[in-house]
Design a protein around this ligand. Sequence first.
Ligand code: ZN
Ligand code: ZN
Length: 578
Amino acid sequence: MSDLANAAIADALDELGDLYELDGAVIHRVLAYHKAAKTIRDAPVSVAALARAGTLTTLPGIGATLAAKIHDLLERGEIPAATKLRERYPTGLLAITALPGLGPKRARRLFDELGVDSPAALRAAADAQQIRSLKGFGAKGEAAILVALAAGGAERPRRRVVLDRALGAAERIVAALREIEPQAQIELAGSVRRRADSVKDLDIVVDNATLLDALGGLESIETASKASASAARGRTHTGMTVELRAVTPDQFGNLLQHLTGSNAHNAALRERAVRTGLHLSEYGVLDDATGVTHHCASEAEVYALAGLAYIPAELRENRGELEAAAAGTLPKLIELSDLRGDLHAHTTASDGHGSIEEMALAARAQGLDYLAITDHSATHGFGDDVSPDQLRRQIELVHEADARIGGIRLLAGSEVNILPDGSPDYEDSLLAELDWVIASVHTSFGLGREEMTERMCRATSHPLIDAIGHPTGRLIERRLPYELDMDALIAACAATGTMLEINSNPDRRDLNEIHARAAAAAGAGILVNSDAHSTERLLGLRYGVWTARRAWLTAADVANTLPWTALAAQSKRARSGT
Ligand SMILES: [Zn+2]
Ligand SMILES: [Zn+2]
């Protein structure tokens, strides 16, 4: 059996799904192939190795039929069903299906009705204005096709990986290396260590060079090779590059500091040091005056030589941290253990997977003292909305669970929608029955900057809206924030006492670190909430805390580090007496 990479197996299944769709197969069959491709692309272990062991069906969504096709691919180098379909449809047609906005169904219509069978034929048809007359395309669709073709068509740019997936891969590697050499120092470096939103590749520093040879043997590594006596490079089954660097223990701090970056931080640090006659590199700190190179076992020694306090990795972006470290004014950053409560969580009443009780117990197990149950409101629009009557019932259920479950305070809340005119989608009388209301935008993202800003600022002026959830709607690497004047929203929040959320969902982290820092500076209240839709997602609070740390926030800057009674006493409801 051949040893195909996970990505290659996933590509073959995606192609087969596209071919089936071109062929008019029922949609759930098509989706099964794309879902399986995604499972395989994200699998942390070698899928070819699973096939050899006969355990492919342990992967979610891989049944006997799919397993047989993967076996065919590994044994014969092809999937017969794909080969047969490929004979029926020209390869150029598959290239067209990959164009943004097209897909197999529309590609098939271009093929059937205009004979378009390649990107070149597609361009010719668009240039001749033949596409606009097809039903469902129009002049707009034709123009979009020309734009897609001009943008280089089917080539997908290599994306950065969102932190939680990158960190998961990195932590698996570190754990496996630690098992091999329990005594070794093994540290993550690079943007993973700085807890950036997304990551290009993984950097790991070790103080034991024998680990370089071990990299290729790890379960999560697809291929690896030694680049030099002190470096190895590999690739995970999910396609991330891993750089493993070895250094002697006395220089560990120098290399770790160097590889943690950021580039901007390191450049500014080197410049600062040069002014005092010091040359910083990954190997040591050279003193011009004496000609001596200092080796540093820890990063703190590197910073101390440069006359600076230790700078936490999350701050190393050259946003004023060097100046603060020199002046001794670095903030004492918030920690996960500072959070006392979570004011945004979902249950099965809307689109969550846990019951009130399950979410409560999970929050209590994490050491939280209070949890607001904030299911989606009446117009959420995905079929998981909560009608006013259901919300009244939910309030009773939350209060009942609160009385029954000890060790955690449960608050009856809602995540209401901010309608395009800025109003919430429940009556005020119903909102007044709740302990807590967070308001978010889930519809009409394309309003335009002025209207969107007006919409959200109006929401902050509502006396019963306590906080704004995921304020920009961004999804990291997937969806841009909507157009919004964030300075105006921050000012409105500060003026009305409405709090702004740092949503901890690793795909959101919204507010981002820049806006969170500006909000704190403007005196707006800030929350770090999980927006958990399942008990496991409560663990995601650490991503929000990391964003808060990257925003220079202390525990005092984040309102839900307070006990609920203290937070409630200073909330806008308490102040306005509503
Ligand atoms: Zn939401
Ligand atoms: Zn939510």
